[in-house]
Every structure is written in C-alpha cells, then in structure tokens.
Design a protein around this ligand. Structure first.
Ligand code: PLP
Length: 386
C-alpha cells in the first residue's frame, strides 16, 4: 500500500470492538489482569498504553523499522537513545546540528563520560580521522538545520556498518513521507514529531524507530525505564496530525520551492540554502535518496541591518521558534535555536548574524511572497534612512 493511504488510515482499523474510525484515547494507566499469570498485553501505561501503541506501530511501519517508541518530546527521544551508551563511549555527530541536541551532548552526556566529535558527515576522511576505539555510533541530520547540508546516507551507513557503529538519523525535516533512512542502512530514527509529523504547532512529541531485534528490545527497556513517554491525549493528537502528512508535505515543498526562488532573485539576498534549488551542493544526493524536499530553508541577507526590521515587519509570517507547522514561522538561528552552539562552530558551519531560517507553512505562496516583499521594502527604507 502507498504511504499516503497508510498515513490517512492510521488507527482507523485498530478498534474492532466499536468500529471507531478515529482510534479512542485510552486514558487508563492501569489494566485489569484476567488472572494470575495472564495479561491483556497491557499492564501499566508507562510500559505500554493502547493509544500510544497504535501510534508507535504506525511510526515503525512508516519508517520501515521493527519497533516504534513515542516520547514526550524530541529531546526525550534523543535522551532515551543516548542511554544506549556508557561512560567512555564516543559518538561522531553531524557538524551543523540542532542546538538542543548539541546542548544535551555537551552539557549532560559529557558529565556521564559520553563524548562527541562534530564532523562534516560527507567527509569520510574526517570521519575516519575522528574514529576512536571507543566510538559506538554516528548521529546524522540530513538535511541539517539551518544550513540544509545533505549527507549521502547510503555511503555513510555502509562506512559505519563496516566499522561496527550504530547509525542514528534525525529524520525530523523530511519525515518518512520523503525519506526513509532505515531502508538505506541506518539503525535508529529519531523524530521531533513536534514538527512536521504533528504539523500544527500544537503538540510536543518525539518518536524513535529501531531496526533489528536486539536494538528494538534494548530500546524498549530504556523507554520504559526512563519513562519519558508520550501521554494518550498527545498520542492521539499526533496521529490526527499524521493523517494529513502527505498533503501537507507536498504543499510545504511547493511553497518553499517557489519562495526560495523568489528570494534567490531578490537584490537584498546573498544566498538561499534549499536542496531543491539546482545550485545547492547537496541537490543531486538529495534527489537520489529522498522523494521530495522539506518545507524549511535558510537565506543570508547581504546586510545584517535588514534582519531586525524584517522580523518586525513580517505580518502573516510569525517571528517564532520551531518549524514544520501549517503556519509560516521565521527564526533567527544565531540568537534563537543555535544560541547554545559555540560561536566558533557556528561560524564554521555558517550560522551568522545575516542568516534567517524560514519554515514555510501551507498558506498561499502569493500571500507569503507579498508579506516578504513588504517586509524587505520596509527594511530597505529604514536601512537607507528614507
Ligand atoms: C526540534 C528538533 C529537535 C528537538 O525536538 P523537541 O520536540 O523540540 O524536543 C530535535 N531535532 C531536530 C532536527 C529538531 O528540529
């Protein structure tokens, strides 16, 4: 069955008792046992909960994995995954990394003796050079955020496999609708489901999908032991959002492509970072390994003085952190999402004071372009003092 059909049908055939098309919210945390030694399959809601289970099974199927785990946020999912590692273990991590993941590794995991080296995951020589006897895994974001760097997943997964490393891919930006890294050799997928999967800026959630029996069983123990699990209401909201993922992603992609082309041609804009654009360095790899493009991109202005007035003058587009929702949001990564990343690394990847990130919503592209146009005009007037 095609992924559009599977998305639309999430949970719709999972309640034979009543025939409910929308799977119910099971609020219960305790489940009655028929007798000693027997269970309905549900005992206590942290371990397993009916509404969450429908979501987890759907996530595993959509990502072509063996088991899914729903967490209270993307960061909770990452923390659960990082609990696979022990004191002395080392990770290789994408250079242009989500700020929160960097903070978790550097402020918390480092205190438990788990260290990370940040490298360009397209540079096999650099990855080989950072390899240590204690290296256990590689964590990749592709595209990265905000600079939208693309990693060749098949190439890196086979390199990692040959070295005995676990490959973890943060698939938040493309979702399984456009990219399925487990099919390309990855072992673990993590999602901030708060973004495209939820899609409406109204539910905080994370998902883990694992491949292989051993890893899936180990993750189940960690998920239950740590307990940063997703509640039934939020599980339901997330499934509700996911039913329209295919439609939303197609519109996000269409709008982002049109608007990135508009900005690329604008005299105030120096560069646009969006893999759908043919001049993007990752364009070909992106086309090879994914069936589409995400709805966010970044652009660099020629003059940093434009940033403040643009953020003040946008009306339809909100100046807010986050991405992946139906509403358009603009972010200033250097002071918001990536503030926790040291200046030196930020400069190395190109997150500077002229860079803006745009999470393009599903509004009409003409309205979004008109909003950008008037904000850029107003910024020009102010900067030029007219
Ligand atoms: C937002 C985000 C996270 C963190 O997820 P939360 O749901 O905010 O905890 C992790 N990775 C990426 C790529 C993200 O965009």
């Amino acid at each position: 069955m095609k992924i559009e059909s599977r998305l639309a049908q999430i949970g719709s055939q999972s309640e034979p008792g009543t025939g409910a098309v929308s799977f119910p919210v099971y609020q219960s945390t305790a489940f009655r046992h028929p007798r000693l030694g027997e269970s309905t399959g549900f005992d206590y809601a942290r371990t397993k909960s009916p509404t969450r289970k429908v979501l987890e099974d759907a996530a595993a199927e959509l990502e072509s994995g063996d088991a899914g785990f729903a967490c209270s946020s993307g960061m909770a999912a990452l923390q659960t995954i990082f609990a696979l590692f022990s004191q002395g273990d080392h990770l290789i991590v994408s250079l242009d990394l989500y700020g929160g993941t960097y903070r978790l590794l550097e402020r918390i995991m480092s205190r438990f003796g788990v260290t990370a080296t940040y490298v360009d995951t397209n540079d096999i020589d650099a990855m080989s050079a950072s390899l240590k006897p204690s290296t256990k895994a590689i964590l990749i974001e592709t595209p990265t955020n905000p600079l939208m760097m693309i990693t060749d997943l098949e190439r890196v997964c086979s390199w990692a496999k040959a070295k005995g490393l676990i490959t973890i891919v943060d698939n938040t930006l493309l979702t399984p609708f456009f990219q399925r890294p487990l099919e390309l050799g990855a072992d673990i997928i993590i999602h901030s489901a708060t973004k495209y999967l939820g899609g409406h800026n109204d539910v905080l959630a994370g998902l883990i999908v694992t491949k292989g029996k051993e890893l899936s069983e180990e993750m189940a123990v960690l998920h239950n032991s740590i307990g940063a699990v997703l509640g039934p209401q939020d599980s339901w909201l997330l499934m509700r959002g996911m039913k329209t993922l295919a439609l939303r992603m197609e519109r996000h992609q269409y709008n982002a492509t049109r608007i990135s082309e508009y900005l690329l041609a604008h005299p105030a804009v120096e560069e646009v970072y969006y893999p759908a654009l043919p001049h993007h360095p990752g364009h070909e790899i992106q086309n090879k390994q994914s069936s589409g493009n995400t709805g966010i991109f970044s652009f660099r202005l020629k003059d940093a003085r434009y940033v403040e007035p643009i953020l003040r003058h946008i009306k339809l587009i909100a100046f807010a952190e986050s991405l992946g929702g139906v509403e358009s949001l603009m972010t200033y990564p250097a002071v918001q999402t990536h503030a926790d990343i040291p200046e030196e690394i930020r400069r190395q990847v190109g997150v500077d004071d002229r860079l803006l990130r745009f999470s393009v919503g599903i509004e009409h592209a003409d309205d979004l372009i008109a909003d950008l146009e008037q904000a850029l005009e107003a910024a020009k007037r102010e900067v030029e003092g007219r």
